[in-house]
Ligand binder design. Structure first.
Ligand SMILES: *[C@@H]1O[C@H](CO)[C@@H](O)[C@H](O)[C@H]1NC(C)=O
Ligand SMILES: *[C@@H]1O[C@H](CO)[C@@H](O)[C@H](O)[C@H]1NC(C)=O
Ligand SMILES: *[C@@H]1O[C@H](CO)[C@@H](O)[C@H](O)[C@H]1NC(C)=O
Ligand SMILES: *[C@@H]1O[C@H](CO)[C@@H](O)[C@H](O)[C@H]1NC(C)=O
Ligand SMILES: *[C@@H]1O[C@H](CO)[C@@H](O)[C@H](O)[C@H]1NC(C)=O
Ligand SMILES: *[C@@H]1O[C@H](CO)[C@@H](O)[C@H](O)[C@H]1NC(C)=O
Ligand SMILES: *[C@@H]1O[C@H](CO)[C@@H](O)[C@H](O)[C@H]1NC(C)=O
Length: 878
């Protein structure tokens, strides 16, 4: 979502006075071999058993709706228009279907007060703790419900973090499809169990911020992704989210293979709705909707926020145009019925027909009263904020996530934990809250004070900010704080004195530029902001015990100082949200052992990664082409293949104690090369498909309109004209090649249930892992990670190892405290996507897969073999 960009775009573009309905964009060819194939018609929703009841209810309601009511609920009423959320659909109030409130962000209810500002996705990912990630989701869901939102615009699982410079990686959970998938699915469960619809986003390939958006002068970039790479990497988290029953999908701004995601028929109709069996509805990202008939046929179900590419004029590609397109026969009524049914069924699926509170807040103002239709300019006002406090005790979950994410990268000489009697000197503006107030910069579009979240639409306002320096002062009696990023003159330290240096690195959405970074870290690259590297070096020259604490959106290059002898300890605290202080102090002073693990690799130089990943795509005339030439090989998959040692590997994270692992393996389901055939699709709602009556398309007499509000009614003249075209049936729309209207009752072999063929989730092997605290002094939590290595001599190139499952233990007591955890390997986990077969294939059923178990991708200690069903201690392959 790009909320902040809107005003600037609209101001700039309104000068151009462009007609809003027709435009020809320059479009460069995608590279040889990439292309967007046709896939029609858009598959109906409703054929999956777990949605059956909701679809039956939806059918009953939608059959009572007029044409204009159906087109009303498939689109927003316009940006900043009416109802208080960042997106608001039209209602069909006559039949009891309300306007829906769609609200940012993935880490808290945005643009309002009395909410919790949770740690960002990347921080949740760094905990590697499934129950905690779920608990964060549940708390988020409660807050969205409490504020009256219907739809939570999260979780973010794309970007996946392919490009370390990418601006929004921190909204997601880490640079690995499985970590991202597990965390995304658990967030969805947590949110949706509260009766709030989650939105998995952004489908797909939004791996950099710059040039992502279509505008009247230039198309958004094209992410050119080969089919196997799409399935095994970028689509994987979406499949898992759909399997978890996610209610909504948001398309990305960019194109895939040259076709914009909001109207890419192969992606939406083919992959999402047919292969992955998605039953909910597909919305555009904000202002990513760029065509009327085309996007409807391609499978888009909801236009957000309803406006055309140039917003704020009350124009839409849908609403009245969609009404017209159905009346004139260009969009089959069947397609509109499916769009409306998907939206209404999802509303029923999460019980929103029963006691769902209406919105209690306004995204547009913090005041009690405000304009009811801010974008209308002339608008009545009234109460818009009720200040409902939804925080409950969610700070506890937020703090636990922040704390359990803290990742100890290095602890030479066991400098940490500190004792309360240490003499501490703390350096860096990142240690204390922004002196202007934690919410001083709108959309957090500045990096001042402790960095708790990135910037853009993926933020929430802090109700308060627990900053590190305050928490440190509570624990230690002798603290000198130098709130500066350049070293001041300090008294000569004693040899045992400890210095703590705070660093940060920020990123966000392209709608804002912060310190020269256009969303992506295009200016700072992977260096600490505010000259942080110099600060560490200077402090390290004075003090012999230095702890570096890093608040960051992602990977950072630590080479300028990581080997300095006095830099003994390094903690990554990621983006902690409001609970930055106590969470950190608990780790620094040893109330708990650190237990976070890196959700990405820390490389030594950007050139350690392939050019397609290490660089952002720069400006081009026409469409910027972002080709995924590295295929499956990004982050640790690439480093391992090229035998490049990172500074700290994906999954790395130390504790104050150490752990011993032992494991056994057993087979659960016998495998065959292909999964068992899928079942047929169940029935879907059927409606009359005759061209509707003119009366269904026009406003009741005397209805007074609000200027620039987006309505779905046509003028009586337009309705009559369109209807004449529709019933005559002679003027045909110029349908795309490959267009058809016949629904398939079978569907693709790889499909069959939500997320794909249900047999893909059969557990093939199960490892029982015993984790023991091998230390005598500190309690701690461990993360058991399982990586699969495919058999030698298969016909597919596969990464050396790939994460497939993980479990975090509870607190293991010092002196042999232990816990058993189960790690699971599914059929899908030992399959590759075969492009020719268009299915998942187990390349060598009786081959020796090695399931590596350990505490980091480069800390694998136990090998379990699927052929002999034995495990042994062995040094890992990387
Ligand atoms: C569309 O939704 C708006 C907002 O709820 C409402 O005012 C209008 O009457 C609706 N139109 C139809 C056709 O129901
Ligand atoms: C993009 O093109 C590649 C290469 O032909 C193809 O494998 C893939 O399926 C296409 N993806 C989409 C979404 O069209
Ligand atoms: C029907 O209306 C839509 C929306 O205005 C328009 O794009 C399309 O070309 C029309 N179809 C015909 C056959 O006139
Ligand atoms: C918002 O919630 C408060 C308290 O729960 C309630 O009194 C008020 O009527 C609600 N406001 C709206 C607009 O629903
Ligand atoms: C939060 O809610 C309280 C009532 O619970 C209200 O007094 C206050 O104004 C609200 N807003 C903020 C920013 O605290
Ligand atoms: C750890 O510290 C010791 C003593 O200060 C030093 O000899 C050693 O090189 C350090 N190791 C690392 C990895 O920095
Ligand atoms: C941990 O493993 C090491 C090496 O296998 C062994 O020497 C040690 O006794 C084990 N410690 C515990 C507490 O199990």
């Amino acid at each position: 979502m790009a909320f902040g960009i809107l005003l600037s775009i609209s101001v700039a573009l309104s000068l151009l006075q462009l007609p809003c309905h027709a435009h020809v964009l320059p479009r460069d060819d995608v590279p040889q071999g990439y292309g967007a194939l046709p896939y029609y018609p858009s598959p109906h929703g409703g054929w999956i058993a777990s949605w059956k009841v909701s679809y039956a209810k939806a059918q009953a309601l939608v059959s009572q709706m007029t044409l204009a009511e159906k087109t009303n609920i498939t689109g927003g009423v316009g940006i900043y228009m009416g109802k208080p959320c960042v997106g608001n659909t039209g209602g069909a109030l006559r039949v009891g279907f309300p306007q829906l409130c769609l609200q940012d962000s993935a880490l808290g209810v945005s643009s309002t007060d009395n909410v919790t500002a949770f740690p960002a996705g990347i921080t949740a990912g760094a905990t590697w703790d499934k129950s905690l990630i779920y608990a964060r989701g549940a708390a988020l869901g409660k807050e969205f419900r409490g504020k009256g939102a219907n739809i939570f615009l999260g979780p973010t699982v794309g970007p996946l973090g392919r490009k370390p410079f990418g601006g929004r990686n921190w909204e997601g959970f880490g640079a690995d499809p499985v970590l991202q998938a597990v965390a995304g699915a658990l967030t969805i469960r947590g949110v949706q169990e509260q009766g709030v619809i989650a939105t998995i986003k952004h489908l797909i390939g939004n791996e950099q911020e710059m040039y992502r958006m279509y505008n009247p002068l230039q198309p958004g970039y094209s992410a050119n992704i080969e089919d196997r790479t799409l399935h095994e990497v970028y689509l994987w988290p979406f499949a898992e989210g759909i399997r978890a029953g996610v209610g909504a999908v948001m398309t990305a701004y960019n194109a895939v293979n040259g076709s914009a995601c909001s109207q890419n028929a192969y992606l939406l109709n083919g992959i999402l709705k047919d292969e992955l069996g998605f039953q909910g509805f597909v919305m555009s990202d904000w202002l990513a909707h760029i065509s009327g008939v085309g996007s409807a046929l391609a499978g888009l179900d909801m236009s957000m926020p309803g406006d055309t590419m140039v917003p704020l004029f009350g124009f839409s590609y849908w609403k009245y145009e969609l009404t017209r397109s159905v009346l004139n026969g260009s969009v089959p009524l069947d397609r509109l019925n499916d769009m409306a049914t998907r939206i209404v069924a999802t509303w029923y699926q999460f019980g929103q027909d029963k006691n769902h509170p209406p919105p209690n807040f306004s995204s547009n103002t913090k005041s009690r009263d405000g304009l009811l239709y801010p974008a209308a300019l002339l608008s009545p006002s009234g109460q818009v904020n009720w200040f409902v406090n939804v925080q409950a005790d969610h700070y506890l979950v937020a703090r636990q996530v922040a704390q359990d994410a803290i990742t100890l990268l290095k602890n030479n000489g066991s400098l940490l934990p500190l004792s309360g009697s240490s003499r501490l000197s703390v350096f860096g503006t990142d240690a204390a809250v922004n002196p202007d107030g934690p919410n001083a910069c709108s959309n957090r579009a500045c990096n001042k004070g402790t960095l708790g979240m990135g910037w853009g639409s993926g933020v929430a306002d802090y109700p308060y900010f627990d900053d590190p320096i305050t928490a440190i002062r509570k624990r230690a009696s002798d603290v000198a704080f130098y709130n500066t990023d350049s070293i001041p003159s300090v008294p000569a330290p004693k040899p045992e004195d400890v210095a703590i240096v705070f660093l940060s690195s920020d990123a966000g959405e392209n709608s804002f530029t912060v310190e020269g970074n256009h969303g992506d870290r295009d200016s700072s690259k992977l260096s600490a902001w505010h000259n942080g590297d110099e600060l560490v070096k200077k402090v390290a020259a004075k003090y012999s015990n230095v702890v570096v604490v890093v608040h960051t959106v992602g990977s950072l290059i630590l080479e300028p100082w990581i080997d300095l002898p006095s830099v003994k300890s390094v903690l990554f605290a990621h983006l902690p949200g409001q609970e930055a202080g106590e969470s950190l102090a608990n780790v620094l002073f040893g109330s708990v052992s650190p237990s976070g693990h890196l959700p990405y690799s820390i490389i030594k130089a950007p050139t350690d990664l392939p050019d397609s990943v290490s660089n952002l795509k720069g400006f081009a005339f026409g469409q910027v082409q972002d080709t995924y030439s590295e295929g499956l090989y990004f982050d640790y998959r690439y480093l391992n293949k090229m035998r490049i040692k990172p500074r700290f590997a994906f999954g790395h994270g130390l504790s104050y104690t150490t752990f011993n692992y032992s494991a056994t393996i057993r087979q659960v389901t016998a495998l065959a090369p292909f999964p068992p055939p899928r079942g047929p699709k169940g029935p879907t709602p059927a409606y009359s498909t005759a061209i509707p009556l003119i009366a269904e398309a026009v406003a009741p007499a005397g209805f007074s309109i609000i200027w620039r509000y987006i309505y779905s009614w046509l003028s009586p003249e337009d309705a009559k004209a369109a209807h004449a075209v529709g019933v005559a049936g002679k003027d045909k729309y110029a349908y795309p090649a490959g267009y058809g209207t016949e629904q398939s009752s079978t569907g693709p072999a790889a499909g069959g249930d939500q997320g794909g063929n249900g047999a893909l989730w059969d557990v093939a092997y199960e490892m029982e892992v015993t984790v023991r605290n091998a230390g005598v002094k500190y309690d701690g939590k461990a993360v058991a990670q399982a990586y699969v290595q495919f058999p030698d001599g298969i016909e597919y190139d596969t990464p050396v190892v790939q994460l497939r499952d993980f479990e975090k233990t509870g607190v293991l007591r010092a002196n042999r405290g232990e816990e058993k955890v189960l790690l699971k390997i599914t059929r899908k986990d030992v399959s590759v996507w075969d492009v020719k077969a268009q299915n998942w294939v187990v390349p060598k059923v009786d081959g020796r897969y090695v399931v590596w178990i350990g505490e980091a991708s480069d800390g694998l200690r136990i090998a379990c073999y699927t052929d002999t069903l034995t495990c042994e201690e062995r040094e890992g392959p990387v």
